[in-house]
Design a protein around this ligand. Structure first.
Ligand code: SF4
Length: 341
């Protein structure tokens, strides 16, 4: 029996990197066995920023569909099972856009202007003229969750605040119209491994920083990227005593070679392990772990019809829930009844 309804989305950035896989997708895969899950690729959200510098945005839409499809392939290859969860594209459920519109009428402007994520995005993307869509991003995010009456959103500890606006909006709607249409969504706090970029243990792996290993990379490319990983710069020769704490290779041994990580630490610190061999061992373990995902990925790429079918079925399941939510919303807001398409 399901423990409740989970919703979560990812912005389309093409093939997943290890940070996406270990930091989000692996958790989603676990959740699909216990919850009723709705997972969507947020293509509309990709249009809230201008883009540029290779990134997708409203000024750079040429790679948008391809990016959505690459991500969908990796979701399924990474273990999301269309029999267990709904996998779909945000814009394939137009009811979300209608709910966003209705929510936008009752969202106080001050909530959006005070939103720290909005300010961060404007600063980090150096956006000179932020759009109406960017400011309203959290309202769309709330519609993404509440169209399916999402009870839980899986987040890391640092993202707890992202769900607050959805909770506030659900409360505001329910109290304005005197009916508990929406649940008050809770976070599902998740312990996820910290996944550093290949360039520094201090920086997170990300596409924009270019410090990533992707599922789409071949085993050879992966080994080459491991070879370039940042290590202890004071350890030049094999028998120099190293400091594994600041070494990216050591951090990844903690993920892909966990039982042996204490040995790696000991041998590095004692000058009994060289960086070249240490990297070769990590690359081999990483490639072994990723091989089944990459094989499923290749098989899916050969059958794009199967992927389209998964997305179509996922959108149908999601739409049947969202339609019912919108019927209820229209009723309490007292919009004239309409014939459903
Ligand atoms: S031996 Fe391994 S853990 Fe130590 S610095 Fe080199 S790569 Fe890092």
């Amino acid at each position: 029996m399901s423990k409740g309804r989970v919703t979560s989305g990812m912005r389309p950035t093409g093939s997943l990197h290890l940070g996406n896989l270990l930091g989000a997708l692996d958790n989603w895969v676990r959740l699909q066995n216990e919850y009723e899950c709705y997972y969507f690729i947020v293509d509309w959200h990709a249009l809230t920023t201008p883009g540029g510098g290779g990134a997708i945005g409203y000024e750079n839409v040429s790679g948008l569909t391809a990016s959505v499809m690459e991500m969908a392939v990796d979701w399924v290859a990474g273990g999301l099972d269309p029999e267990k969860c709904a996998i779909f594209v945000q814009s394939h459920v137009p009811e979300v856009a209608e709910l966003h519109l209705i929510f936008s009428m009752i969202t106080p402007l001050g909530w959006l202007e005070r939103n720290p994520t909005y300010r961060e995005m404007v600063t980090s993307y150096k956006i000179e003229n932020p759009s109406y869509g960017l400011l309203g991003y959290p309202t769309l995010q709330s519609a993404d969750i509440l169209a399916y009456k999402g009870e839980f959103v899986p987040v890391g500890k640092d993202q707890e605040a992202h769900v607050n606006m959805t909770r506030d909006l659900a409360q505001r709607f329910n109290s304005l119209y005197g009916r508990a249409v929406f649940p008050i969504t809770n976070v599902l706090l998740t312990e996820v491994p910290k996944v550093p970029g290949i360039d520094s243990v201090e920086r997170k792996m990300s596409k924009s920083a270019g410090n990533y290993i992707a599922l789409a990379h071949t085993e050879e490319q992966t080994s080459e990227l491991v070879r370039t990983m940042f290590t202890d710069p004071t350890k030049i020769r094999k028998n120099d005593k190293g400091h594994p704490e600041g070494c990216v290779v050591f951090a990844f041994h903690g993920i892909y070679n966990k039982p042996e990580q204490p040995t790696v630490r000991f041998e590095c610190g004692e000058g009994r392990r060289g960086c070249v061999d240490c990297k070769k061992e990590l690359a081999a373990r990483m490639n072994t772990a990723l091989r089944p995902i990459r094989e499923r990925r290749a098989a899916l790429k050969e059958h794009p019809d199967r992927l389209m079918e998964i997305l179509r079925e996922g959108a149908q399941r999601a739409r049947s829930v969202a339609r019912e939510t919108l019927r209820e919303v229209r009723e309490v807001v007292n919009l004239p009844p309409r014939e459903e398409r």
